[in-house]
Each structure stands twice: as C-alpha cells, then as structure tokens.
Design a protein around this ligand. Structure first.
Ligand code: KG4
Ligand code: ZN
Length: 347
C-alpha cells in the first residue's frame, strides 16, 4: 500500500511516499527555519505564508523522487494537529483537495503519535520492527509525553510536562545564552566544545533536575529556565562559567531528567521496546545516555531511535502512522485541530 504523507504543523512543509508503513520511497522537507533565525523564533503568520508557497512544489517533488504517479497512490495522509492553525490548515486543505481530485481516501494523523512512527521507517539494514507493548517518549518543541502503547490503537499517556516542553527548554535557555534559534542544536553544538576537552569524571550538576524524586512520570522544565536566567543576570556567570560550560550543564539537566523518568517507566511497564521520538531525539547526548542506561539496566528491552533526519518534522512518519492506524474518519469530519493531545483520537 502506497501512502502519500503531508505534514505542515509548524515551520516545515513536508511530503513523503511510504510503502506498507516502513519503506520510504521519497521524503521531501522544505523549511522556513532560516527566516525564523532572524526573528529568534517562529512568527506563526510568516510560517503559514511560507507553507502556502512550498506545499505544491514539495508534494510534486515527493511524487517525482519516488517515481510514482498520483494514480498509483492508495491514500493520502495528513497531520491534523497539534500545531499552528495557519500552518495546519495549508496541509489539511491541500490534502482534502488532492483526495477529491485524485479520488483517494484521506487519512487523518495526530502529529505527536506520528513522531513515534519514525521508528517504523526502515532506515538501515539493521532496522528491526518495534514490538508491543512499548513505552514511548515524544520530546518535541511543544510536547514532552511518555506513553504506553499496547498496540497500534491503544495508547495511554503516563506522564507529560507540567510546564515547558524539553525542546522549549532548549530553545528558551539558548536564547538566554545568546545562542541562535533553534536552541536544541545550538546548545548541543556549544556543549560539544566543552565536553570534548572535559574529563569523563567532570560533574555536570549546576542546574536542578525537577520532579526526579516525584513518583509520577511528569516533567517540569520551567525551573531550569529560571535558574539559567538568574545565573546569566548575575556577575558569577562571566566570572565562573563559559557559554560552552553552561550549554553542557543545560543539556545534561534535560537529558538526565528524560532518561531518569524513562527508566522508571520501563521498570514499571516492562515493555518489549522503548521508542524515543521527536525533534529533541536528535540530541546525541540523549541518544547515547538513553541507550547506555537501557542496555545496563534493562538489557531485554529493545531501544529504538529514528535516524537523525527522521526525528525532526517530516511527512514520512505521518504516512507510516496512517498505514498502521488506517483511520476511517469521514472526509467531512477531518479538520485541523491545533490543540490535539497525544491521546486524542483522530481515527
Ligand atoms: O519535533 P520537532 O521537529 O518540532 C515540533 O513538533 O515541535 O522538534 C523541534 C524541537 C526544537 O525545540 C529544537 O530545539 C529541538 O527539537 N531539537 C533539538 C535538537 N534538534 C532539534 N534539541 C536538542 N538537541 C538537538 N540536536
Ligand atoms: Zn514535531
């Protein structure tokens, strides 16, 4: 089954063609990130305008790269939320129009659940299909959600952030340090300068690890932002800490908290697989620490993390999720929903 995916929830305009949920035939992503670097963050209206400019060329390119004619497609999948309303509408209305014109079924996809399905994309010869039950951690710019997946349709939220998301914490603290948007890659790069010369015994414990002793699986990252703000406003900053060192400290506080809660969830739910997903899953330190801790504490659990380029927003995981969920919603009931949560059904 060939599915054409469309994703426009934020500042990426993406389209991909995926066969049977796992075989990627093409994956095209146009990003308006360059524009947002100048403004230090996303201006929703500008992002939506860029979506309009890019959507048709991106869909055309996805078809031509896969060498597929519209008539050969079995269905069209589209992100319906969460995200920025103006951006979402461009994808949803385009998908609806194409589904009418080409006479193809339209499948709605929840962007947050979609992120997890980057783990179903066959990205190397060593790839193995994730097995259920699974515990998944979606860490993106706006969400930090831990879920328990019994199967493709039964997904339960077991913990989420009470304030800022992990990606948001990277983005906001980067801005405080004067590093460019998006903050995650900037902090990771800056931290790398510090870590390459640091002794492996160096302690990185300057900032709090909120809620680690709390019995829930919830997260809280707004305290980290406040701690970084206080430090950058104090004289101590320039005297004792370089931006490189502070970046390493911020990254470690976020990574350690995410790994800690994930391991607790694994101990409780005893899954066969653990799935890391979302833009923050592109963080090398997080990937390495999560792998190392799962290997040493729960060696029977298979750790899955997508190839770097499939962590950040793309339409390949949207097409993959659509294949496994096979949503049967009425065409007229499919509409953009910016407030969707990870457990809201779109099927
Ligand atoms: O999933 P995503 O591409 O978009 C949303 O759905 O939000 O995630 C974007 C987030 C941003 O906050 C960005 O700073 C973060 O992912 N990010 C990273 C890295 N690459 C992207 N965070 C830490 N380390 C990275 N290498
Ligand atoms: Zn995303």
């Amino acid at each position: 089954m060939l599915i054409l995916g469309i994703e426009t929830s934020c500042d990426e305009t993406a389209s991909a063609i995926v066969e049977n949920g796992t075989n990627l035939l093409s994956n095209v992503v146009a990003s308006s990130q360059e524009m947002h670097i100048k403004t230090g963050g996303i201006i929703p209206e500008s992002a939506a305008r860029e979506q309009l400019v890019s959507i048709i060329p991106v869909v055309k390119e996805a078809l031509s790269k896969a060498e597929i004619k519209p008539s050969e497609i079995d269905a069209i999948a589209v992100t319906v939320g969460p995200g920025l309303i103006g951006s979402l509408l461009v994808g949803v209305e385009t998908a609806k129009t194409l589904s009418l014109v080409w006479d193809k079924p339209l499948l709605a996809v929840n962007h947050l659940v979609g992120h997890l399905y980057a783990n179903w994309l066959k990205d190397s010869p060593a790839w193995k299909e994730p097995q259920f039950p699974a515990v998944g951690l979606v860490v993106s710019g706006g969400h930090t959600d831990l879920v328990y997946m019994e199967n493709h349709s039964k997904i339960t939220l077991i913990g989420s952030t009470r304030d800022d998301a992990a990606g948001e914490a990277f983005d906001k603290t980067a801005r405080l340090l004067g590093l460019p948007y998006p903050g995650g890659p900037s902090i990771a790069k800056s931290a790398e300068y510090y870590l390459k010369d640091a002794s492996p015994r160096t302690k990185l414990d300057l900032f709090p690890r909120p809620l680690v002793d709390n019995p829930t699986f919830d997260f809280s990252f707004s305290g980290l932002k406040t701690a970084v703000l206080r430090l950058t406003q104090s004289k101590e900053k320039n005297a004792r800490h370089t931006t490189f060192r502070l970046s390493a400290e911020i990254q470690e506080a976020i990574v350690e908290t995410l790994v800690h809660k994930s391991l607790r969830a694994i101990s409780k739910y005893k899954p066969k697989s653990f799935l890391l997903a979302g833009g923050v899953a592109a963080n090398m330190r997080l990937r390495q620490e999560m792998q190392a801790e799962i290997d040493s504490n729960n060696p029977t659990v298979a750790f899955h993390v997508p190839k770097l380029e499939y962590c950040t927003d793309n339409a390949a995981y949207i097409a993959s999720r659509a294949y496994y969920s096979q949503s049967k919603k009425l065409y007229s009931d499919i509409s953009a929903n910016p407030q969707l949560t990870i457990t809201d059904s779109v099927v």
